[in-house]
Design a binder for this molecule. Structure first.
Ligand code: SF4
Ligand code: FES
Length: 380
């Protein structure tokens, strides 16, 4: 089989709703685009509710309420209630900053199903430095307690990079202490702000290998009691991951201003045409949007992917990474050892993957909204 049309595919499973790009934290690996959407351009409550209704009608099961920090939206409980009304399972992806007891109560009463809380490190000083927010670590502990108090299932996720790679196991331990039923440990993906900070984030190959071994050990140790999902580091892999489960195969992202993307970094690919929920129904976008059709299936592939036995396993890897590393979004992801550009990945990992700096905190370019675009606090 080569060509895949949306009619051949099952309905998408998930929708990532980036309700806002506003966020009190400034994590240097944030997957949001460098050009963040301003508050003034955010979809209003009624439009998001229409989108959620269309998502349910399309067969989507899960909505991930994300950002930025979704708690900065005053209408969050109304949005959750509408998702529950149309039968969508809701997952709140949050930094925890801004989650007070009254807010947690309102969200639980509105029908929120699940909370995914990020942590930056197992040590407070380092965690606050990575987040670019003094006191974030303490507020996350409080947020986790509130989620437990509300009786909602909790996933804790941590992104691994040079500053915390030595404490991968300690972060799993912290997540268990916080009451998580599931832990997601993901090595940094180098798009958006992560790409901008790559030389400050890349761990050494040895550090990455030690972290991988430790997490795999903990997966076995905790099997049956807690789920540990592990996203291995791209730059030290032999084959790429099936990014997004394959382009436009399983899920959609809606940006704060309503553009619908096949993945969070798709806007880095020049020439793609993204349709908006303001002008098209979600089902039309899923089926016919030029951006969704661009790399769907296998027809677009070049060699070596075109004749590779893994082409319907990893779908050629990540289009955004192919663009960033090979200059061509239709190229084989250079993470793949079969890619003619694979040497680029090894050279970057070698040059930028250095040992953790012992003398002091790492300098980052923090993810920040431009001052004029309506940045605000989590209590906004
Ligand atoms: Fe995957 Fe393409 Fe590499 Fe084959 S050549 S393993 S399809 S990325
Ligand atoms: Fe865009 Fe992987 S992030 S395809």
């Amino acid at each position: 089989m080569t060509a895949i049309t949306p009619r051949d595919l099952p309905a998408p499973i998930g929708l990532l709703a980036e309700l806002t790009h506003r966020c009190p934290l400034g994590c240097p690996y944030c997957s949001n685009p460098i050009e963040l959407d301003a508050r003034a351009g955010e979809l209003d409550t009624a439009t998001w509710q229409r989108v959620f209704g269309e998502a349910a009608a399309l067969g989507i099961l899960h909505v991930h309420l994300s950002g930025g920090e979704p708690l900065t939206r005053r209408d969050l409980a109304d949005l959750v209630a509408h998702c529950a009304h149309v039968g969508l399972y809701t997952n709140l992806i949050t930094s925890g900053v801004g989650l007070t007891r009254p807010v947690m109560t309102r969200l639980a009463e509105a029908g929120l199903d699940h909370v995914q809380l990020s942590i930056q490190d197992s040590e407070a000083t380092s965690a606050d430095h990575i987040a670019g927010y003094q006191g974030a670590f303490a507020r996350k502990r409080e947020a986790a307690a509130l989620v437990q108090e509300a009786g909602l299932p909790l996933t804790v996720n941590a992104v691994i990079h040079r500053a915390n790679v030595a404490r991968a196991g300690a972060m799993v331990a912290l997540a268990i202490t916080l009451g998580a039923r599931r832990v997601e440990i993901a090595h940094t993906q180098y798009y958006g702000w992560g790409l901008r900070n790559r030389s400050a984030l890349m761990p050494s190959r040895d550090e990455a290998k030690r972290a991988i071994a430790e997490i795999e050990r903990l997966k076995v140790l905790h099997a049956g009691t807690i789920v540990i999902d592990h996203v291995a580091p791209d730059y030290h892999a032999r084959y790429p991951k099936a990014c997004m489960g394959g382009w436009a195969r399983r899920s959609l992202n809606v940006t704060p201003s309503g553009r619908v993307l096949p993945c969070h970094a798709a806007e880095t690919i020049p020439g793609l045409e993204f349709w908006s929920v303001a002008t098209h129904a979600l089902s039309t976008i899923w089926a016919d949007s030029p951006a969704f059709q661009a790399y769907r299936g296998t027809d677009w592939m070049q060699e070596p992917c075109r004749s590779c036995a893994r082409k319907e396993i990893d779908w050629g890897g990540c289009r955004c990474q192919a663009l960033a590393l090979a200059g061509d979004a239709a190229a084989t992801d250079p993470v793949c050892m079969l890619s003619p550009n694979h040497a680029v990945v090894a050279a970057i990992a070698e040059a930028e993957g250095v040992q953790p700096v012992a003398e002091g905190p790492i300098d980052y370019v923090y993810r920040r909204m431009p001052a004029r675009s309506g940045a605000s606090s989590a209590s906004d």
